[in-house]
Design a protein around this ligand. Structure first.
Ligand code: NAD
Length: 304
């Protein structure tokens, strides 16, 4: 196994079950010292107990690995800071953060209350912000960090009944885009994982016949690649049933139409050309995308 984590310390949030447990076991099996975080609680975020995290720690230790349990809620910044302190006291550093904790509150938008929106944002978005904030300075000082945000196809492409969850998961893509830019000079690489797996979260959503293929174990290799020494940065890696794809927020070449009363009509008339994906690209930053537009305008002016 070339992908090893000897001497590395990893925090995996929501690692008491499902994908997080599988990530934690695999990291530990490849040499990482792991902080297994899990609040416990039900799939919609009610209740709290860290028994689940303790069970995973026992599994890791039984297999000869090193791990400690932590029961912080990722929504509680003070508790998250204590978790990072606990990691440093036990293992000396934090090299890898896997933001995996999550809940669901699925309803059609018509039926969804604002509390369902806020609860989902608090765990997925603020939870990842809290954990990342708590390790960021340390990773800058170390000149090394690997961070994964767990996004979802629901955010990337939408799913009925998941407006809160999808919006939160896409917010994590935005967080990753900027942090991968800001972290680059300290060798902090930030990526997104979009998994598909049979866990309690997908019970009743994915038909039983397909569940057997969608093991967490078939997703975890993607996580390992995204936190490896030679990991990419700014990737959005999709993984499910042993298949792996890369998703991109790409930009078409488009058209320069200038200004004037008729531009809205021209946009509608030439939407196929504007949307033509031949030669599309992924700009290096939001600012770079703005420069592309400006440059097209300047070139057009020079030509006229
Ligand atoms: N299973 C899938 O197909 C799928 C698809 C896309 C994204 N995801 C994402 O993958 C991640 C893992 O999900 P899973 O499918 O393994 O589900 P899961 O419910 O088994 O795992 C989520 C874990 O997060 C923990 N958790 C919830 N709130 C927490 C909090 N405030 N603080 C700490 N821990 C908390 C839960 O106790 C649970 O153990 C989630 O972020 C989920 O949104 C899963």
């Amino acid at each position: 196994m070339d992908v090893r984590f000897d001497g590395r310390v990893a925090i995996v949030t929501g690692a008491g079950g499902g994908l997080g447990r599988c990530h934690a076991l695999a990291l530990a099996a490849r040499g990482a010292k792991v902080v297994v975080n899990d609040l416990g609680g039900t799939v919609d975020g009610a209740g709290a107990a860290s028994a689940a995290a303790l069970r995973v720690v026992e599994e890791i230790r039984a297999a000869g690995g090193m791990a400690i349990a932590n029961g912080a809620s990722v929504t509680d910044f003070a508790a998250v800071e204590e978790m990072v302190q606990q990691a440093r006291e036990a293992f000396g550093r934090v090299d890898i953060l896997v933001n995996n904790a999550g809940i669901l509150r699925d309803k059609s938008f018509a039926k969804m209350g604002l509390d369902d929106f806020r609860a989902v944002f608090e765990v997925h978005v603020m939870g990842a912000v809290h954990c990342t904030k708590a390790v960021w300075e340390l990773m800058r000082e170390q000149g090394y960090g690997r961070i994964v945000m767990t996004t979802s196809s629901s955010g990337l492409y939408g799913n009925f009944g998941q407006s809160n969850y999808g919006a939160a998961k896409m917010a994590l893509v935005g967080l990753m885009q900027t942090l991968s830019i800001e972290g680059a000079k300290h060798d902090i690489r930030v990526n997104c994982l979009a998994p598909t797996a049979a866990t309690r979260m997908t019970e009743g959503i994915i038909p039983a016949a397909q569940l057997a293929l969608l093991t967490p174990e078939s997703v975890t290799p993607a996580l390992l690649a995204l936190v490896a020494e030679n990991a990419p940065s700014r990737a959005i890696l999709c993984a499910g049933a042993g298949s792996f794809e890369s998703a991109h927020v790409s930009l078409t070449h488009g058209l320069h139409l200038g200004t004037g009363d008729g531009v809205a009509d021209q946009i509608l008339a030439r939407l196929d050309e504007i949307s033509d994906r031949d030669g599309d690209q992924v700009p290096g930053s939001g600012a770079a995308q703005g420069m592309l537009e400006l440059t097209k305008g300047v070139v057009e002016h020079a030509d006229n």
